[in-house]
Design a binder for this molecule. Sequence first.
Ligand code: ADP
Length: 351
Amino acid sequence: MLDTVDPNAPATQALIEGMGAAVVLLDAQGVARALSPAMRALIPALGTGKLLTLVLRDPDLIEAIDGVARHGGREVIELIERVPVERTFKIHIAALPGGVWRSPVLLTFEDLSEQRVIERMRVDFVANASHELRTPLASLLGFVETLQGPARNDAGARDRFLAIMREQGLRMARLVDDLLSLSRIELRAHLAPETPVDLVGISREIVDSLTLMARGRDVTLTLRAPAAPVRVAGDRDELLRLMENLVENAIKYGKRGGEVVIDVQDGPVEASVGVRDDGPGIAPEHLPRLTERFYRVDTAASREAGGTGLGLAIVKHIVLRHRGRLTIESARGEGATFRAVLPRFEAQRAG
Ligand code: ADP
């Protein structure tokens, strides 16, 4: 009987135990006799001695296993589990030599769930980005046609339309810039930045460059920072971008005539910079989704303020690349505080 597989033999068990993939060996009766560690992790309810079809009660799977056990050969099926969370598996089912009326069966599970989520995100992203570009593009083309036709000789209309067209063109340019920055940051996500960057200096630069914008909404920018530099391990341009996005948002979405406070805090291992406004704040249900690409609480208000919906996604990716974290605290009517917590330069060196 050397040319048959005995599911209970120690050598068979050791072979399956040693496999990296998620594999389970069923005897001719469909009882799990050997499982690889990855299989135990994937479906904890399935243990040695359990009837597989009692744990995974999918009719297609039961039928496929039965067919392979009776007639030999192999089959591949996809299984979607909905409880406790939705998971998609690709299952390879192969008959092994052994048994009389039915043979032992080897099942290999591939977890496609993560791949599916990534695919869905990619499709959504392309759809969103195209939609965001198409709106200003349609408006631009509309005005061009009007200027070529009905408004051909109307100098007043021409000036007005050209101003709007410029606005739409700038909006498309901003969107493309943001998309490119996002993909550049993502490309370098695995390379943590290592140069010392002073958070106080960065904050001061941002306050200087955004004072004019703040004045446009009667907003006072206040910087609270230690006198000495606070150095994090960072990428200067990215940290400037991060602060710019947070302070611009605080000015745009905060209270007209209000105050935006930027505070830099130092610590032994981590340092942080927070941006607080006294605006209308953000309702709790939006907080977890705020850093998603193109997620906006109020789409019209964001567009009105020239937003692309990518600012906070960029902030999140910069913080992640810096091996830091972003916290958002807000309640309706009580303003919002965004804080980037980053590893200290000296701490990173020591570690
Ligand atoms: P946008 O380009 O729309 O500003 P962001 O990614 O920077 O995109 O922000 C996403 C959304 O988060 C904004 O549209 C706005 O609704 C909300 N938001 C961001 N910052 C604040 C803030 N300080 N106060 C209230 N809402 C904010």
